[in-house]
Write a protein that binds this ligand. Structure first.
Ligand code: KG4
Length: 336
């Protein structure tokens, strides 16, 4: 089944052609350079660039797959969650394309597609499994009971892990996207030199809180600056990276143990983090848990993962009509 997938939830205009779990083409037009100047994504600029780029990105994806629009069986699109103006560009383009070709339109939840990035390379991975999804806007532990059946086990009560990395990176003067650059320059953690809290959340062993940690680290940087001192950036970056990884790994492994999962996956932009990947690999090997990781090129936003999830949504009968809308927030288990 040939699916043309479109992703415009944030600052990447992406299109792909997939066939089941197979990726025939994947094109990403990133706006990073433009948003860098502002230290973060400017929503209106993102929407305008999607408007300008979407036609050529889609055309490129079709060309690179070696097919024509007439060969397509369906059009899929990220419809939630994300920047609303950005999502609307993709949704409306997808609607028009599906209508003009007379083929089904498949709405895809952005976080479900991040999880589906794991199906592309790990061909033996099938639900049920547990997944830690960590991105710039979301951090959650989900039981993937089936391809379209999700149960939230734990989630952040405030900021996402990616947001914590990005804001700390900005305070350290690292350029956008901060999380990646913080990971690159981090050396050896030293909690004695830079003491950081390890927030726990009342009433849940699996929920997270990152805003207190983010504020504590930003305060460390400001206090040093006020004294005319500069932080040891590689050590501070490593210390905050370690603390975030401690929290992500501990909660996820506890959830796997208590809920009886022997298969675990990571997903989302932060799943590219080098410490998270290596420590999770080690911890899972020690506990006899099979760990699945998305390829680095499919950790961040892309449309290939949207096409793969769309295939399973289609099999489950989840198509949309011309009234499809976009949503800035929507729970991953929205169809329960
Ligand atoms: O999934 P994603 O591309 O977009 C969202 O849907 O949010 O995730 C972007 C987030 C950003 O916060 C970015 O800084 C973070 O993923 N990120 C990383 C790394 N690569 C990307 N954070 C830590 N280490 C990395 N290597």
């Amino acid at each position: 089944m040939l699916i043309l997938a479109i992703e415009t939830s944030c600052d990447e205009t992406a299109a792909a052609v997939t066939n089941g779990r197979k990726v025939l083409s994947s094109v990403i037009n990133t706006q990073i350079e433009e948003h860098k100047v502002y230290g973060g994504v400017v929503p209106e600029i993102a929407s305008r660039r999607h408007c300008e780029n979407i036609s050529s990105v889609v055309q490129k994806a079709v060309n690179q797959a070696g097919i024509t629009f007439r060969d397509l069986d369906a059009v899929a699109v990220s419809f939630a969650p994300g920047l609303i103006g950005a999502l609307l560009v993709g949704v409306n383009f997808a609607k028009g394309l599906a209508m003009s070709l007379g083929i089904p339109l498949i709405p895809v939840h952005h976080l479900r597609s991040h999880i589906a990035a794991n199906y592309i390379t790990n061909i033996d991975l099938k639900p049920p499994f547990l997944c830690l999804t960590v991105s710039g806007g979301n951090t959650l532990i989900t039981a993937v009971n089936d391809y379209t059946d999700f149960e939230i086990i734990g989630a952040t009560r405030d900021d996402a892990a990616g947001e914590c990395f990005d804001k700390v990176a900005r305070a350290l003067g690292l350029s956008y996207p901060g999380g990646v650059n913080l990971d690159k320059i981090a050396s050896i953690a030293d909690n004695a030199k830079y003491p950081m809290p390890k927030p726990r959340v009342d009433g849940s062993d699996y929920d997270f809180s990152f805003s207190g940690l983010k504020t504590a680290v930003i305060n460390i940087i400001h206090n040093l600056n006020q004294k005319g001192e500069a932080p040891d950036t590689p050590v501070l970056a490593a210390t905050v990276r370690k603390r975030v990884c401690d929290m992500l790994i501990e909660n996820t492994l506890l959830a796997a143990e208590k809920c009886g999962f022997k298969r675990l996956a990571l997903a989302g932009g932060v799943s590219a983090n080098s410490e998270l990947r290596s420590r999770m690999e080690e911890a899972c090997a020690q506990r006899g848990i099979e760990l699945y990781l998305p390829e680095l090129k499919y950790c961040g936003d892309n449309a290939a993962m949207v096409g793969v999830q769309a295939y399973y949504e289609y099999l489950d009968g989840n198509t949309a009509d011309a009234e499809l809308n976009a949503f800035a927030t929507l729970s991953i288990d929205y169809n329960k």
